[in-house]
Design a protein around this ligand. Structure first.
Ligand SMILES: C[S@@+](CC[C@H](N)C(=O)[O-])C[C@H]1O[C@@H](n2cnc3c(N)ncnc32)[C@H](O)[C@@H]1O
Length: 356
């Protein structure tokens, strides 16, 4: 495995040589916001809650200034909020936030072992804080016995219908279980399911270094670490051998030319599927199976008319359909109205393909 992996983490704010105003509850809000609008950073100095207060004031200020009715307006609002809020800074000393009544965030030590004193923006601290809660408390996944503890910056499932679909298919799978490949392993859920169902070894790849580093850390020296081999790389990475089963839960939405949307776990670039299918033919034994988890989300939200798996089946000449299992997604208790319009028809899909 590539041992020289650089993980993603929030970049410290470079404060050298800049004069920074400070903020606490008693400071003048108007002049603080004026400074932020002028592009000047401000350091929160007393309580963590002062930072939350200032963020709230930034929101109030922007709501008064900017309309948020249309999609474009909402995007402009988010961009303005992003810009101003990231000028609100917090100092970290001895791997702790130097604010009273702050949450204790273990990532500050884990991700910055050699940096004792530095500055981060408040929204980045908030992101680190919620990621620490997920990591520490873990997430119960209905198809797994143990909770998963997603590493900072790694994709993890928040809905489970697709995992249930895959689990039901694995229960009935009667082929050999010597080895499998999990492309885009994320926090490892699909690999753990395969191990649970008797696969002896799984090779997992990911282009996100945090996924690889996180799984390596969580497996440590356990029995699991001898069953799951990790490789930091795109698609099949350094894997050249053939297996009986290749699984892939790819990003479900086509990448638009949109700066908001650069999350590799969610948005797929133009050639991802054709590159995947091409490489998969060489990595699958003659009667092996390809199991791809997908969703109709892009189609029902009109992001695309095409379906990358249907396209492969129609035009690729490499694979044929064994079966496609579908499951309608349970209504999540989502607060976003925008999502609920289409969610009633959302389905997750499990595509099982074999080589032609
Ligand atoms: C939707 S997530 C699924 C993660 C995990 N397999 C699961 O089911 O929870 C997609 C994963 O694929 C990874 N990924 C995206 N493009 C990739 C590529 N070209 N090669 C390998 N992994 C990729 C992402 O970083 C992400 O971890």
């Amino acid at each position: 495995m590539n041992t020289d992996i650089q993980i993603h983490k929030p970049v410290p704010y470079d404060v050298s040589g800049i004069q920074i105003a400070t903020f606490r509850k008693t400071s003048d809000i108007k002049s603080t916001i004026k400074g932020l609008v002028a592009g000047k950073p401000v350091l929160v100095t007393a309580y963590y809650s002062d930072g939350l207060l200032l963020l709230n004031e930034v929101k109030k200020h922007l709501k008064k200034k900017l309309p948020t009715k249309t999609f474009q307006e909402q995007r402009a609002y988010r961009a303005a909020y992003h810009q101003l809020s990231n000028l609100i800074l917090v100092k970290i000393e001895g791997h702790q936030l130097s604010l009273k009544k702050s949450p204790s965030i273990g990532w500050l030590e884990k991700l910055y072992p050699e940096m004792d004193s530095f500055v981060l923006s408040f929204p980045k601290v908030q992101g680190l804080n919620s990621a620490w809660q997920w990591y520490q408390n873990g997430i119960s996944v209905p198809v797994l016995r143990n909770k998963i503890h997603p590493y900072y910056g790694t994709y993890f499932p928040t809905r489970f219908d697709h995992l249930i679909l895959f689990d039901n298919w694995l229960k009935r799978y009667e082929g050999p279980k010597k080895s499998a490949i999990d492309v885009g392993i994320g926090s490892g859920v699909l690999s753990l399911q395969m191990i649970k169902h008797g696969f002896q070894s799984v090779y997992g790849t990911d282009t996100n270094p945090n996924a690889i580093v996180g799984l390596k850390e969580s497996m440590g020296d356990t029995k699991l670490s001898r069953k799951i081999t990790l490789d930091y790389g795109s698609l099949f990475g350094a894997i050249t051998h053939q297996t009986e089963l290749i699984v892939f839960n790819p990003p479900w939405l086509p990448k638009a030319h949109d700066l908001d949307k650069n999350d590799e776990a969610i948005y797929y670039p133009k050639n991802l599927f054709s590159d995947f299918f091409k490489a998969a033919t060489d990595r699958l034994v003659p009667d092996g199976k390809l199991a791809i988890v997908f969703s109709n989300m892009a189609q029902i939200t009109n992001l695309t008319e095409g379906h990358p798996i249907e396209k492969e089946l129609a035009q690729g000449g490499r694979f044929q359909l064994e079966k496609c299992l579908k499951k309608s997604v349970k209504q999540a208790s989502d607060k976003t109205k925008r999502i609920q319009d289409w969610r009633s028809s959302e389905e997750v899909e499990l595509w099982i393909l074999t080589k032609k």
